[in-house]
Design a protein around this ligand. Sequence first.
Ligand SMILES: [Zn+2]
Length: 236
Amino acid sequence: MNFSPSEQQEKRAAKDATSQAREDICAIGKLLYDRGYVASNDGNISVRTGENELLITPSGVSKGRMTPQMLVRCDLDGNVLQDDTSGRFPSSEIKMHLRVYRRRPDVTGVVHAHPVYATAFAILRHDLDQAYLPELVLNFGKIPVAPFAMLSTDEVPASIEPYLADYNGLLLANHGALAWGKDVWAAFDLMETIEHSAKIYKAVHDLGGGVELTGDQVEYLTNLREFYKQRAAKKQ
Ligand SMILES: [Zn+2]
């Protein structure tokens, strides 16, 4: 097969982007494991690497001990691509990732984990919605809890569907947390914010409850979020 120089450049750039994505996923897997956001083989991470292509963590592997070659290449229907060389099965929770990419073309990274405090709030079915932290209100509004869905079934993507347009992360009832972002590091950062916020909420509740921001203060932050969103949209 012959490619023109520009086609070759494009192919090389796509290949570099995919190897970078492999490294990013392994680095994030190690962070999730080292921080105790996952245990054993829990959690999954994916990166959208093309129009109809993603790279996802395999099932049955600790996220703390992955190598770049273990990651599985799939299309956006969840089929393993013919030239995938991992010899592994994609995460059993791939449907959740696919739904995010289908509904949010601006998203290229998804991270799922079971961090202790976030998962405890998910079991309490308690949104992180009290206006304690201005940065949480400004950046995310709140972190909602999606209804319970049986693992690995179509119930899971259906349960997150109502939140995809307006949020970048949520708690999965009796399960864990899910975050998505413009790239996989943004998704990881949000996972970290969710867990850190859940820890603060727990500490506040243990101390007998805190003082929330006033309605006016929340409105100010909400308007500011809208302003940033519109400014970012104009830039694109
Ligand atoms: Zn899970």
